[in-house]
Design a protein around this ligand. Structure first.
Ligand SMILES: [Zn+2]
Length: 402
């Protein structure tokens, strides 16, 4: 008797067009998709994971000649399975309980009621354990990096524990809504406490995050800042120059077609040393950044600056920083504005409370910051960032009391 394993559907064929289309569409989903709850840079499309898991469990009809004796019968069955995959891969299908039950039943039948469990030892963004769970399989995940562990716990471990529970924060209005399916109750609590936490944080440290002032030609008014863009600086070693060189690998802010924008460093040669300010200009930057793999170049005098100089300056605590642009929300998109003196003052006014002093690993190949004198975890953050993280951390522990 032959004991060779039966061929699985994935080894023969998959409806790739449908899977590709669904995977590409997923990228633009903003509501309810795991990608919106924590950024993971190599998140695998859920559609592809769902299809791959299903087709790895289900036999190809050719390996069941007792049920599908002819090529025609095998083709017809394969077509049926492909059609089921085509229906299950769109994002909307995950909300279709009837369809998902059909898929789970198909797996149960194919595995004699004893489906395998799935383990993903390097689970990253958790797409595979999440989809395994959706297909009714017992799912395990692990990762060396604590960030994916947290993401995956939040995706596959915590929601089932609160499935079909009403929220803790039941109000009269919410009671009227009636039943709470799946993670709806948990989601409501996360939204409620999240809003509380955001409002508290805003009251505590909102003054450190001023709105940007829009110029008159853009209608005036204020806009929420998405990011303040800074460059580290070092003093030019050319004694005749001595200016503060902004270190940036690129001046382009946006390379999106039709929205090209860049920072232009403006030199004031009437001062000594030369002072540098920054303008926002349309189009792509005609100049390369000031730093590349070989070293840096002074914007003012053109001197080549070796990394050894930059590292020595960093280790001596003489590296500075300059704001080079502000990115703000504007008409459902973003706009770039020049640095604002008041914003710089506010950023520098943040007062350090607690700074993590744990040393970074002494491994200059993978942890390069110590080459520049940034040797502890706390050194990786600006004072304002640390104040914000500390504030959020403290508020998080207070959520329990509420
Ligand atoms: Zn110079």
């Amino acid at each position: 008797m032959s004991t060779s394993p039966r061929k699985k559907l994935i080894e023969v064929s998959l409806p790739l067009d449908a899977i590709n289309t669904a995977a590409a569409k997923e990228k633009s989903i903003r509501h309810g998709h795991p990608s919106t709850f924590h950024l993971w840079w190599s998140r695998k499309p859920l559609a592809a994971c769902r299809a791959v898991l299903f087709a790895s469990i289900i036999d190809d009809p050719s390996s069941q000649p007792e049920r599908f004796p002819t090529k025609e019968a095998q083709d017809a069955e394969r077509d049926r399975l492909h059609h089921l995959i085509e229906r299950m891969v769109p994002w909307e299908a995950t909300q279709d309980e009837v369809l998902m039950k059909e898929v789970r039943d198909e797996i149960l039948t194919a595995t004699g009621g004893n489906p395998p469990s799935v383990s993903d030892p390097f689970c990253g963004g958790g797409s595979i354990p999440l989809e395994a769970q959706r297909l009714g399989l017992e799912a395990f995940g692990s990762d060396l990096n604590p960030v994916p562990v947290l993401i995956t716990k939040a995706l596959v471990e915590i929601p089932p524990r609160f499935a079909n529970h009403p929220p803790l924060t039941l109000t009269v209005k919410k009671v009227k809504l009636g039943s709470w399916r799946g993670a709806q109750g948990l989601g409501e609590d996360v939204r409620y406490y999240g809003e509380w936490l955001r409002n508290e944080a805003k009251a505590h440290i909102g003054y450190l995050y001023p709105n940007a002032k829009l110029p008159k030609e853009l209608g005036g008014g204020e806009a929420t800042v998405i990011a303040w863009l800074w460059a580290r600086t070092v003093t030019c070693p050319n004694p005749a120059c001595n200016c503060q060189i902004p270190l940036t690998s690129k001046w382009n802010l946006s390379t999106k077609k039709g929205k090209e924008t860049h920072v232009h460093p403006l030199l004031d040669r009437t001062t000594s040393p030369v002072s540098i300010s920054f303008q926002i200009r349309k189009g792509l930057s005609p100049e390369e950044g000031t730093v590349n793999r070989r070293g840096a170049t002074c914007v003012a005098c053109g001197s080549a600056i070796p990394f050894t100089h930059i590292r020595l300056e960093g280790k001596a605590g003489r590296m500075g920083s300059q704001m080079i642009a502000i990115a703000a929300e504007y008409k459902r998109g973003r706009i770039y504005l020049p640095p604002d003196e008041n914003h710089i003052k506010i950023a520098n006014s943040a007062v350090m409370d607690e700074k993590p002093t744990e040393e970074l690993p002494k491994n200059p190949r993978d942890f390069k910051t110590s080459n520049y004198g940034l040797t502890s975890f706390g050194d990786l953050y600006t004072t304002r960032q640390l104040v914000a993280l500390n504030t959020l951390g403290r508020l998080l522990t207070k959520v329990r009391e509420r």
